[in-house]
Structure formats: C-alpha cells, structure tokens
Ligand binder design. Structure first.
Ligand code: PEP
Length: 250
C-alpha cells in the first residue's frame, strides 16, 4: 500500500516570523492526523526555525530547491549536504524553476541524483504546458521529462513524483480527477515498462495544480493518485488542514 502524501509548497511566501506563525496555527491538529504523510516546504530561510517548531511531531519538512554540487564557489546556492541536515524532502524540477530559472532536464536530473546521494527524498515535478496539452502532446512531453531522468531503478525507488500540468498551477483551473488519474496512470505504466512493475507499483505519484479543500476529494478518490502537491492553498492553515484531513479519511 502506498501511503498518501500532502505536501505544501509555500513558494516565495512568508517571512521567518510569518512561517513560524503559520506552522504554529496548524501544528497540533496536523500532528494528530494519521494515515497520510504531511510535508511542508517553506522557503530556505525558515527551514531551521521550523525544524525546531515541529520537532517531535509527525510533520515532515521539505525544501523547494537544491543545487547539485556539494560545496564550493557557488555564491547563493544551497547544497544537498546543507539540506540533509535540515529536512527529509526536496522539491526538484518545479515548472516555475524550469520556466524562470532555465532548469533543463539535465540540470533536474543532476539535482535528483545529488539529493538521493545524501539521503534526501526528491519530490520530482513533471508536467506539460497548455499548448502541449491542447496539441495532444501530454504523453510525449511527460515521456521526455521522465527520460531525461536517468535510467536507473534506484532513482524511481527513492523519490516521489508530482504530476503538475503547468496550465493548472496557480490558475484556479485544476485538471479533473479523471484527467489527472488517466495521466498518472500513464506515468505509472511508463515506469513499469522501464523499471518493472514493482517499482511502478511502489512509487507515489501526486497531483498538483490548483488543489483546494473543495476539490481535493476528487483527486484522492482516484486509484492512481497518491496525494497532492499544494501551492496557494497550503498558505492557509484551515485550508491545508482540511486537505490533509480529507486525505486521511479515504
Ligand atoms: C505548486 O506550486 O506546485 C502548485 C500546485 O501550486 P497551486 O496549488 O497554487 O496551483
């Protein structure tokens, strides 16, 4: 059985004190919800403070990005070793990084390998643009993104995948449960062909894109979908709590 996961991507929001306040608002209730992995991914600068706030709870911590070198003259970057000390997960290949920071499949692949090397669990994001979706190229684009991600089984055994159609991110225009289930089914089938049924069966694949407390049920009730990567709605304690609670009740 795959344990469902709800991961909150706070993106570039919250100062350190706002981040602490947000976690404090939901810490107790979140901690008591079972049967679901609860991950919050605040900005880098808040990771250490939040690590202390959630110490001893069942809430897990993730970062939003990583650099692939371990250390050295890379001003402004954050290395896998630094993150391994602080958190368990790291979002890699988010479409906003691919789009605004020119992250190619090759860079994403290096980051995933660097994270796995130090025991961090990547949440690897893949997804197609609106024009690719409308041109019927979704499966082709996803295959390309998955192909640029190494040929080794360990790779898919150690990570969580997030299918995030770019046209659904931050737009309020979520995919339907059926659409997301069908595409995630395709991703799982592809992994099965490449790396075997066991790996494909075990890998968790989340849906991401305008998930809210009002539509989460539509996604988590689908057999292929193992939870959600939540952006905007993860910045409101009550909304995030409701998403996690509903997920724990399936
Ligand atoms: C995201 O940032 O990964 C995301 C899915 O954002 P939103 O939920 O706001 O669409």
């Amino acid at each position: 059985m795959r344990i469902p996961m709800i991961a909150g991507n706070w993106k570039m929001n919250t100062t350190v004190s706002e981040a602490i306040e947000l976690v404090n608002e939901m810490r107790q209730e979140l901690d008591q919800i079972d049967n679901v992995d609860k991950v919050i991914c605040p900005p880098f600068v808040s990771l250490a403070a939040i690590k202390e706030v959630i110490e001893g709870s069942s809430i897990k911590l993730g970062a939003q990005n990583i650099y692939f070198e371990e250390k050295g003259a890379y001003t402004g970057e954050i290395s896998p070793l630094m993150l391994a000390d602080l958190c368990e997960f790291v979002i890699i290949g988010h479409s906003e990084r691919r789009q605004h920071f020119n992250e190619t499949g090759e860079i994403v692949d290096k980051k995933v390998k660097a994270a796995l090397k130090v025991g961090l669990k990547p949440i690897l994001c893949i997804g197609e643009r609106l024009e690719e979706n409308e041109a019927g190229r979704t499966e082709e684009v996803l295959t390309e993104q998955l192909n640029s991600s190494s040929d080794r089984i360990y790779y898919f055994s150690g990570l969580v995948l997030a299918y995030e159609p770019i046209w659904a991110i931050g737009t309020g225009r979520a995919a339907t449960g059926e659409q997301a289930n069908e595409t995630i089914g395709f991703i799982r089938q592809y992994i099965s062909q490449q790396h075997g049924e066991k790996v494909a069966h075990n890998v968790r694949i989340l849906y991401g894109g305008s998930v809210t407390a009002d539509n989460i049920a539509e996604f988590i009730n689908q057999p292929e979908i193992d939870g959600a990567l939540v952006g905007g709605a993860s910045l409101k304690a009550s909304e995030f709590l409701s998403i996690v609670k509903q997920t724990s009740e399936i």
